[in-house]
Design a protein around this ligand. Sequence first.
Ligand SMILES: Nc1ncnc2c1ncn2[C@@H]1O[C@H](COP(=O)(O)OP(=O)(O)OP(=O)(O)O)[C@@H](O)[C@H]1O
Length: 325
Amino acid sequence: MMGENFPPLLELQNVSKIFTLKPFFGPEKRVEALRNVSLTLQAGRALAIVGESGSGKSTVGRAVARLFRPTSGRILFAGRDIAGLTTHADQMSYLRMVQMVFQDPFAALNPAHKIRHHLVRPLILHRGLKGDALEEATRQTLVDVELDPDVTLDKYPHELSGGQRQRVNLARALAVDSRLIVADEPTSMLDVSIRRSVLDLMRRLKLERGISFLYITHDIATAHYIAEETAVMFAGQIVEYGPSASVIRNPQHPYTQLLLSAVPDPAVRITGGRGEQGQPFSMHAETVRNSSRRPVGQPAEVASGHFVYHHLDMSPPMGDIAQHA
Ligand SMILES: Nc1ncnc2c1ncn2[C@@H]1O[C@H](COP(=O)(O)OP(=O)(O)OP(=O)(O)O)[C@@H](O)[C@H]1O
């Protein structure tokens, strides 16, 4: 999609994921979490995946992290289909190169262990360090995420702030020399005052260390801090994709316009409290959300690299629609 000459670091080709739920009572339910999602991320860049709760954005991240296999489609990392990583060595190597940073910075850290333990383990396991070299690398990893090793190394996770804990999670990804960090709502549990500094750190890691980020967020207004490109998802589908600035300043899909209309910053506010036909906002929102559930066709390029997906006219039956709500 981006027309660059070197192979992308990450490519999703028509990836679909159907979860089958087997309730104790009643019939089996199918949830189409992803529907033909195609995305491209070049090395050293960041792609934001933006959408409301249930849109499928975390499912993209978890599929990339190999937490499950897609139902159909392919995920390529540096040109190689990750479904083909069958040897232990290949899987370990992928786990090292692709790290996840989750919303809850506490959950990913073992409360029984000091910060030193969380960093030393990956450095031994993935880089084979020991002795002075191990100590030096451990300290440097904390410095790289703007934490003071003298103060931080011998603390337990609960002795750090949420922002500091998220920095430790990023440090663990650095410790193993990750090439891609899948950051799923990495700042949404942090105080508003420190969200920006964590995003700034991620941006710096991208620019200075060449680490790529898949930045998953419900907050379209933060996408452009870190991500050159933004993909907007709704009901398991990409509805708009392109350079973040273009998507934010010139949103083409009604759902993207709806997301932006909820952003409090007047600089990125696109519409007011009423829809195009002058309906009250909530009614307009429901109309947009309902029509956005329909399957999409081929994307149309509306500006350089900026694509909007138009919906096909054949709406799925209402029963299917409800599954994406
Ligand atoms: N393991 C699972 N089993 C069954 N359904 C799932 C599973 N994981 C996700 N889903 C469903 O897939 C859809 C997409 O979920 P996903 O978590 O990707 O959305 P999201 O946009 O990341 O939302 P949130 O921000 O709330 O996590 C939802 O309908 C969700 O209920």
